[in-house]
Unconditional design. Structure first.
Length: 225
């Protein structure tokens, strides 16, 4: 059994989506309880990881300022929380494009990945997934809710994640040559390229709910988790 410590983990917050249902506003910067949504995620995730990266394709300076502000409160250098755009050369789409861009630069054995629109994400979620991975020898562990649905909150072995992305890229390339088959660009398909375990969340599902609409935002602000 290999012990996984905080020093072994880089955090990656994905904030590169288009937010169609928010009228294409930058969702991570939308206010939730008087702070940008991603600020809540940073505050909850940062104490559980050794360093932090934000994947964003717009408003990079604003995201960097948020990362720097939290870094300063920890008395760490600005490099602790860096913000980078997705690679234009990635053959993957959606969240996988951001993961593909950043996973290649991560130098810790593990990476915790979550989205910027989960402001109530548990303050012990990384430890929860670390414990599961330690005792099951999986290459990835991801959170599922009471109905088994997966939300974007997962811990992955960095090298295994890179290999799985390469496999999925090759798989999609083969499918593109066959017009009758659809390409696969989801987190679910990426996890299928690895030994992956779904870990049931204890507590309310609101903790791992991704906020996708203004109506859902108003509803979620009623909760204190």
């Amino acid at each position: 059994m290999t012990l996984i410590t905080r020093a072994d983990i880089t955090g990656l917050i994905l904030a590169g989506g288009q937010s169609r249902r928010f009228n294409y506003s930058d969702k991570g910067l939308i206010e939730f309880k008087q702070k940008p949504m991603i600020a809540h995620v940073i505050e909850r995730i940062a104490p559980q990881v050794d360093s932090l990266t934000i994947s964003c394709n717009t408003n990079i300076n604003q995201y960097q300022a948020l990362g720097d502000a939290y870094s300063a409160s920890l008395l760490r250098g600005a490099k602790w929380g860096k913000c980078l755009a997705d690679s234009l050369n990635s053959k993957l789409k959606g969240p996988l494009a951001g993961i593909d861009r950043h996973l290649e630069d991560i130098n810790t054995p593990y990476c915790f990945i979550c989205s910027c629109d989960m402001p109530l994400i548990p303050t012990d979620i990384v430890f929860m997934l670390t414990d599961a991975m330690t005792h099951t020898a999986q290459q990835a562990c991801h959170i599922v809710d009471s109905q088994g649905r997966h939300q974007l909150a997962l811990l992955v072995q960095t090298m295994a994640g890179r290999t799985a992305l390469a496999k999925l890229t090759q798989l999609n390339s083969e499918k593109n040559s066959n017009a009758s088959e659809r390409s696969k660009h989801s987190i679910k398909h990426w996890l299928r390229q690895m030994q992956s375990l779904g870990v049931a969340l204890k507590g309310s599902t609101e903790q791992i709910t991704s906020i996708n609409t203004p109506e859902q935002l108003s509803y979620m602000e009623l909760f204190n988790v």
